[in-house]
Design a protein around this ligand. Structure first.
Ligand code: ZN
Length: 284
């Protein structure tokens, strides 16, 4: 084989969604050895979602939800969580060169935050982000060009077997077989889930009968739970827009009637608990 020529090939971070072969960069697009071709979007992401994986025209979070989340997160309300996620990612990253995949990255708030944090610590982070929402991925790609983003499903990650040292799953749909497949031996999965009391006051205000989040047992097959950290903070929402945006970020938004929703609109300020569980698992 011609060694010089081999060096010229630049691989994309993702694999071909059709055949699973590595994608090679060729100008503004990517191609696998079987000739399948995908173009980069203007903002720099790859759309690797196959038509048969879409369950609707615009799968995933819609524009309204993505924008509400972006506005809310930009105001720093979840910064304590971001800081803790960054510290945990750094302490569990198998090596400085390990690749991190954010499976269900949304509009990239945490993906970008971790990238910047690791960079500040002197590292050269190797991070990929995947989400099924095109609107979200487009925003994420515009936010940080140093991260490779793709539109794809967490039920079929466009990433090679055993190629990631760490997988993040933050409030995203969870599909363990794919996470296990892409994690290298001894790789770490970082999971963030809402805690029992998350947004309790908000739920209590909106609903006649509120219920606590059900938090399942933390034990997972094929993984060791290495560490659990809890982040609890009182959110002081300062404007009607902030209250509205937070509510739109929750699954309750779509399950709420007009009357209940309007009750929320009568508020200008509100305090509610944010409660998260951060879990680090190592693949057995
Ligand atoms: Zn292919």
């Amino acid at each position: 084989m011609d060694g010089t020529r081999e060096k010229e090939i630049e691989y994309a971070a993702f694999i071909c969604p059709t055949c699973g072969k590595p994608l090679q960069k060729q100008g503004g697009s990517c191609r696998c050895e079987n000739g399948h071709c995908v173009d980069y979007a203007k903002s720099g992401y790859l759309n690797l979602l196959m038509a048969n994986q879409k369950h609707s025209q615009q799968p995933g979070d819609n524009k309204l939800m993505v924008e509400a989340r972006r506005r809310f997160l930009e105001k720093g309300y979840y910064e304590p969580l971001l800081r803790e996620v960054c510290r945990m990612a750094e302490s569990f990253l198998p090596s400085e060169k390990s690749r991190i995949l954010d499976a269900g990255c949304g509009e990239g708030y945490y993906t970008d935050g971790i990238f910047r944090y690791l960079e500040e610590q002197g590292g050269a982070p190797n991070i990929l982000g995947v989400d099924i929402s095109k609107t979200a991925v487009d925003k994420a790609a515009k936010r940080n060009r140093g991260i490779s983003f793709a539109v794809a499903s967490v039920f079929r990650l466009p990433v090679a077997d055993a190629s990631c040292g760490m997988v993040l799953n933050l409030f995203a749909p969870y599909y363990q077989p794919e996470i296990e497949r892409v994690l290298a031996p001894q790789g770490v999965m970082l999971l963030v889930i809402p805690g029992e009391g998350h947004l309790w006051e908000l739920k209590e205000f909106v609903y006649q009968e509120a219920y606590k989040n059900e938090v399942k047992a933390f034990a997972l097959e094929n993984f060791f739970l290495e560490e659990r950290r809890t982040v609890r903070e009182l959110l002081s929402l300062k404007t009607r827009e902030d209250i509205d945006d937070l509510f739109k970020m929750t699954p309750y938004y779509y399950k709420t009637g007009r009357e209940e929703y309007e009750r929320l609109h009568s508020l200008d300020v509100f305090q509610t608990l944010a409660h998260f569980e951060l879990l680090a698992y190592r693949k057995k």
